[in-house]
Design a protein around this ligand. Structure first.
Ligand SMILES: C[S@@+](CC[C@H](N)C(=O)[O-])C[C@H]1O[C@@H](n2cnc3c(N)ncnc32)[C@H](O)[C@@H]1O
Length: 433
């Protein structure tokens, strides 16, 4: 990018997400900002904007006489940045307006100064009334198709799910128990005045009161902790790997669970497969930091002929590609990027991968199916169909004090106990088949 103005960069990032369908994590990574202060501001402007996307849309409808032309959608995104600052940030109003208007020059659209200035000042003049209306019409702040699905699946919980999906998620850590106890690590955090507490539902999780830069965490670079939501930390626990086992992490990138599996038992042979080469590099980086190793393979995991060496696995983790509807609070761009029709496509893909991997599991071995989705089509129904088609697949009960038991598997709803929405089902291959 030509300029380092954070508001300009945030405008361009938003434009790519809203109008080009790119993921927010990807565009933020591409923006390659060095200053940590600027980075934090850009992240807040973008994440916050998408979290409040529906409210800001409702405001734009009231403030714009007619929608801006396709070639001026950068200006619309700039107005979004300006409104977000005026509503949700502490920047004094005059500074927020002036700094937003100044970006028009960097966008090479100086002609639009009066337009942007007028819209933002118009908003300030009637702020309470405009905002009250906008919040009323965007009350659940999720796409209609998704609200319909959530309402159908969770009729008593859908409002809470919607509210939780639009809250900021806490920063949670996984303590590497092969290096420290949680209590010992909490002490190290306290010595640095980083406030945190153990999450009682989990054996490994710590939740920070306020997010911090990972490099400010004691021994982060030596693998003492990893950033991971508590809900994701149940995977390694459920797999219950024992020393010497052969493990397949089927959709591994960026490797959060691969690292946890390797921390959970000694002398494991882990094969980590992902079909995105660039994301597989992140697995490598994560494992290096943890001083762990795995066999990394870039392939379509369902195409087992292309990558499998013929040796059966004791455990398989299938953390399947999914709608990510349980993690909207961490990835608010999901609200824009997912479509209703994606669900059937994902459901088919998940069923295909599950079916292809089952023959790779030993008799008596276990496969853990996981998603960060809250939609039964990708979860409970998927597993029900699989069990009905495979006589040698037995569903193991997950006895736990987190989430809720479903007929098939266990579901954590978005924000339940301040965790991400997650689904787990543990399948065992019956001996003798
Ligand atoms: C939910 S993410 C996995 C998160 C990861 N297990 C972790 O804990 O960090 C799903 C992953 O599946 C990968 N994927 C999607 N389709 C795949 C396929 N056919 N074969 C292998 N990997 C696939 C995606 O690239 C993505 O990295």
């Amino acid at each position: 990018m030509l300029t380092s103005d954070p508001r300009f960069i945030a405008t361009k990032c938003l434009q790519r997400v809203i109008y080009h369908g790119d993921s927010l994590s990807d565009v933020l990574q591409d923006s390659n900002v060095q200053s940590s202060e600027d980075k934090a501001l850009i992240q807040d402007l973008c994440f916050g904007n998408l979290r409040h996307f529906e409210t800001i849309n409702a405001l734009l409808e009231q403030l714009l006489v007619k929608p801006l032309k396709q070639k001026d959608k950068d200006l619309e995104c700039l107005i979004r940045i300006g409104l977000y600052q005026l509503i949700y940030q502490r920047t004094p109003d005059h500074a927020a307006v002036n700094e937003t208007v100044a970006v028009t020059k960097k966008l090479k659209k100086k002609w639009s100064r009066a337009l942007i200035n007028g819209i933002l000042r118009g908003f300030l003049r009637d702020k309470e009334k405009l905002l009250t209306h906008a919040k009323k019409v965007s009350i659940h702040a999720l796409p209609i198709w998704l609200i319909k699905r959530i309402k159908k699946a969770w009729p008593d919980d859908w409002k809470q799910i919607a509210a939780n999906s639009n809250k900021k998620a806490p920063m949670s850590l996984r303590v590497n128990l092969s290096q420290n106890t949680r209590e010992a690590y909490l002490k190290q955090l306290a010595e640095l005045d980083i406030q945190a507490e153990c999450v009682p539902l989990s054996q490994t999780a710590i939740q920070l009161v306020k997010p911090v830069n990972v490099y400010d965490l004691p021994a982060f670079d030596k693998g003492a902790v990893s950033v991971q939501d508590t809900a994701a930390q149940f995977a390694a626990q459920l797999l219950n790997c024992q020393a010497g086992m052969r493990i397949l992490d089927a959709c591994a990138a960026p490797g959060g669970k691969t690292g946890h599996i390797l921390e959970s038992a000694k002398q494991l042979t882990v094969t980590a497969v992902d079909n995105k080469e660039s994301r597989l590099k992140r697995v490598d980086e994560n494992l290096r930091r943890l001083n762990q190793t795995a066999k990394l393979i870039s392939a379509d995991v369902a195409d087992t002929k292309a990558w499998w060496d013929g040796q059966l696995f004791d455990r398989i983790l299938l953390d399947a590609p999914c709608s990510a509807t349980g993690v909207i609070r961490r990835h608010p761009d999901i609200k824009l990027l997912r479509k209703d029709s994606d669900i059937a496509v994902l459901q088919k893909l998940q069923a295909h991968i599950l079916k292809s991997l089952w023959p790779l599991l030993k008799s008596g071995g276990k496969l853990l199916y996981a998603t960060c989705s809250i939609l039964p089509d990708e979860n409970e129904k998927q597993i029900e169909a699989f069990i009905n088609q495979h006589n040698d697949a037995k569903l193991c009960m997950i006895e736990a004090n987190w989430g809720r038991a479903c007929q098939y598997g266990r579901q954590i709803l978005s924000g339940q106990d301040d965790m991400d929405g997650f689904y787990y089902a543990l399948l065992e291959k019956e001996i003798g088949n």
